[in-house]
Design a protein. Structure first.
Length: 67
């Protein structure tokens, strides 16, 4: 597995998942406009974000669709 270099996420535009109910439960946000896919917990916007290569994220999403 290759390391993904650190990315500055301070200017990222985050979007909450359309599956998030907005009731304070488990909410996922994804940032776009970056060379990688960044995901974070909406309840802790200043907390850590997971960063994925686009190919890995696409594979993950396809696996979810097949489940």
């Amino acid at each position: 597995m290759r390391n993904i270099p650190d990315h500055d996420l301070s200017s990222a535009v985050w979007h909450k998942s359309s599956y998030s109910g907005g009731g304070g439960g488990n909410c996922l946000e994804v940032a776009d406009g970056l060379p990688v896919i960044s995901v974070r917990d909406s309840k802790t916007p200043l907390g850590p974000a997971l960063v994925f290569r686009a190919e890995a994220w696409a594979s993950f999403v396809e696996d979810l669709k097949r489940s």
